[in-house]
Design a protein around this ligand. Structure first.
Ligand code: GDP
Length: 443
């Protein structure tokens, strides 16, 4: 079951909160000597599921001199054991140096911490609640354990953290499973870009028929292959092109083929031709892959035909970044499907893109990043009130999704959102991977 620890310096109201959450009689809190122990455990519920609450109360009674040390040891032990930490401060007193010491322990544990500002009944302790932000533990939940105020909010936060843990656990299991699973890859591109040639090269045998005429019939839909020591499942987009007879029809059909392959795939190789400029259709296909949230690598084929390779490379890089801003910085590999040149690099990039697509970043790391980018370039102040970006989490991957909690999400301009996304890519190396950023009112 889920374990939740209540941690904080003496007198902030840990026992009262323990009793409030476990539904015990308030009378038990009475500081009678001998009644409190170093630690208590009680049953309660988070999101309707049974959970254990650990209280580190009772240290108030410890002998002077040993208090600080015992408190620290007790708290560390409880925190280490807990899935979620409730870190309690006294909102009327504000943040004290001892609170800061406890906050450090909680933060260093790497466990999710909910900051609880207690004794905030009515509007008492308002300034203490604001001061609590300085602990860098996210938004404080203002409560009064004694009067039962804010307990619903606290339960909401517990529920959110519990769900995140559950998802992370599922993700971990998925990741473990995925290690054995091949990476699903689709090769998409205009007719005649060299998809079948590449497919055959990678497959190592003549699975599909290639020829100079676009839209040739192919039967293979997917094959398994190992490249390096990584397993891949390769999807061919040509399966549906059988019906296409004329060039025009093939061009049209290839988009629905592409979409089909994209949906199967985790990583999409967008195949371009070195001797042809980027066309609308290429952009359309690449945009489809990005919209579908797939990781992407651009392969520029027929590189064997290129004379001035440096100039060509720069030309493509500039064109891609200009015409496909939503996948800015996408990895680009020059290949020759015909000779096999560049294929190791291509498949290495596919593997890397897949890893980034699955990546999860810790809340601590993300929030340090957020405060840096907000400092470097503060959000605007529409209507004279500065927007506040408070907190960021990553609720999911494949592709990475982020939620930024802010004061007025609707007022955040698109340009600032782009700034955040680009900085995220930069900081976490998220190139070639769609990044989803959501703004929520928060809390
Ligand atoms: P698809 O329609 O995208 O499947 O394209 P194909 O694989 O059928 O290739 C179209 C034509 O381009 C064929 O004549 C291939 O031989 C040729 N081709 C494919 N890759 C390369 C390459 O790397 N270099 C050169 N010079 N020609 C290539």
């Amino acid at each position: 079951t889920l374990k939740v620890a209540i941690v904080g310096r003496p007198n902030v109201g840990k026992s009262t909160l323990f009793n409030r959450l476990t539904g015990r009689k308030l009378a038990l809190v009475a500081p009678m000597p001998g009644l409190t122990r170093d630690r208590r455990e009680g049953a309660f519920e988070v999101a309707g599921q049974p959970a254990t609450l650990i209280d580190t109360a009772g240290l108030e009674d410890a002998e002077a001199g040993s208090i600080a040390e015992r408190m620290r040891v007790q708290s560390e032990r409880a925190i280490a054991e807990a899935d979620i930490v409730l870190f309690v401060i006294d909102a009327r007193v504000g943040v004290t140096p001892v609170d800061e010491m406890f906050a450090d322990i909680a933060r260093q544990s790497g466990h999710p911490v909910i900051l609880v500002a207690n004794k905030a009944e009515g509007s008492a302790g308002e300034s203490g609640v604001y001061e609590a932000y300085s602990l860098g533990l996210g938004d404080p939940v203002a409560i009064s354990a004694e009067h039962g105020e804010g307990i619903g909010d606290l339960h909401d936060r517990l529920e959110t953290e519990a769900e995140a843990l559950l998802r992370a656990g599922i993700a971990e299991a998925e990741a473990a499973e995925a290690e054995e699973r091949p990476i699903r890859v689709a090769i998409i591109g205009r007719p005649n870009a060299g998809k079948s040639t590449l497919f055959n090269r990678l497959a190592g045998e003549e699975r599909a028929i290639t020829g100079p005429e676009p839209g040739l019939t192919r039967d293979a839909i997917a094959i398994d292959l190992t490249w390096g020591d990584q397993a891949f499942k390769l999807y061919d987009t040509a399966g549906l092109r059988r019906r296409a007879r004329v060039h025009e029809e093939a061009e049209k059909l290839s988009v629905s083929d592409a979409l089909r392959a994209i949906r199967f795939a985790e990583v999409v190789i967008v195949l371009l031709e070195a001797d042809r400029a980027l066309e609308k259709q290429d952009l359309h296909i690449a945009a489809l892959a990005a919209d579908e949230g797939r990781a992407m690598v651009i392969a520029i084929n027929k590189w064997d035909l290129v004379r001035d390779k440096d100039a060509k490379r720069q030309e493509f890089r500039a064109e891609i970044d200009r015409l496909l801003p939503q996948i800015k910085g996408v990895p680009m590999v020059a290949i020759s499907a015909l000779t096999g040149r560049g294929l190791n690099q291509l498949m290495a990039q596919v593997g890397k893109a897949y890893e980034l697509w699955n990546a999860r970043f810790g809340t601590g790391k993300l929030n340090r990043w957020l405060s840096e980018v907000v400092d470097a370039h503060p959000p605007p102040a529409p209507g004279g009130r500065r927007l506040k970006l408070r907190y960021i989490t990553q609720p999911g991957a494949r592709p990475p999704r982020f939620v930024v909690f802010c004061s007025r999400p609707e007022a955040v301009p698109a340009s600032y959102e782009r700034y955040l996304i680009n900085s995220l890519r930069d900081a976490f190396d998220l190139w070639g991977v769609p990044v989803r950023l959501f703004l929520r009112k928060g809390k």
